[in-house]
Design a protein around this ligand. Structure first.
Ligand code: DX5
Ligand code: ZN
Length: 223
């Protein structure tokens, strides 16, 4: 499978975000991962649709918007209008609202012409989102508890990746993108890819590297 690397701009210097976004392409990245936090579903607040709108003209890389927020339906249009290529939403805040909220949100995203994905935290079984796999362009499995960059990868997620890939094959979607987010490094990327992931998010491992282009290449590895 073709493996993609998505640097997370959460680890960039927000005072020079334009430069960071342009650098991602020069470093050989495939997507740009935009971590949106609301201070409620997760503690910190990062940025909203305006940031995506402002960086959109600076790159032709796809913008992968990871919404770590409550009530995601209230924000979908802002990100779609801003030029997001992917919008992903977490299972938990949706499940708290109603059993259909996640499915409805994914359909709303697709209806706006944007690729969609469902996200589970490390302590949520991937089976909880099996019912929406057919709707998803991507499934995002968190390998840290969301909120902060620079945390350690939780190894039990490897098993979850295998389960998700097996289920994608079972439903006739063998190429469904499975994205892993949190604690990805050149050291663990091989195991993550072998387990069946196809998109690897990396914040500190890219922006904190002395050779970010080399880090992107090392994370993508043999593929
Ligand atoms: C965590 C974010 C991640 C994070 C990844 O809440 O969703 O995207 O920025 O950063 P690293 O790669 O440093 O764990
Ligand atoms: Zn993220």
């Amino acid at each position: 499978m073709n493996v993609k690397v998505a640097p997370s701009i959460l680890s960039a210097d927000f005072s020079s975000m334009g430069e960071a976004v342009k650098n991602c392409r020069a470093w050989g990245a495939d997507l740009i991962h935009c971590d949106v936090m609301d201070g409620s579903f997760v503690g910190p607040i990062t940025f909203g649709g305006q940031m995506v709108k402002n960086i959109r003209p600076l790159t032709d890389l796809e913008l992968d918007c990871h919404l770590m927020i409550e009530h995601p339906q209230t924000q979908v249009k802002f990100f779609a209008d801003a030029g997001a290529d992917y919008i992903t939403v977490h299972y938990q805040p949706c499940a708290r609202i109603s059993p259909d909220y996640l499915k409805d949100t994914l359909q709303m995203i697709k209806g706006m012409g944007v690729k969609c994905g469902a996200v589970v935290n490390p302590d949520i079984d991937v089976e909880k989102i099996f019912d929406v796999f057919p709707l998803c362009d991507m499934v995002l499995l968190m390998s840290v508890f969301p909120g902060y960059g620079g945390q350690k990868f939780i190894p039990s997620v490897l098993d979850k990746i295998r389960k998700a890939r097996a289920y994608a094959v079972e439903i006739g979607r063998p190429d469904l993108d499975i994205e892993i987010d949190g604690g990805v490094t050149a050291g663990n990327a091989g195991d993550i890819i072998d387990a069946g992931a196809s998109i690897l998010v990396a914040g500190s491992a890219v922006f904190g590297a002395s050779d970010p282009a080399g880090a992107v290449k090392a994370i993508r590895g043999r593929s």
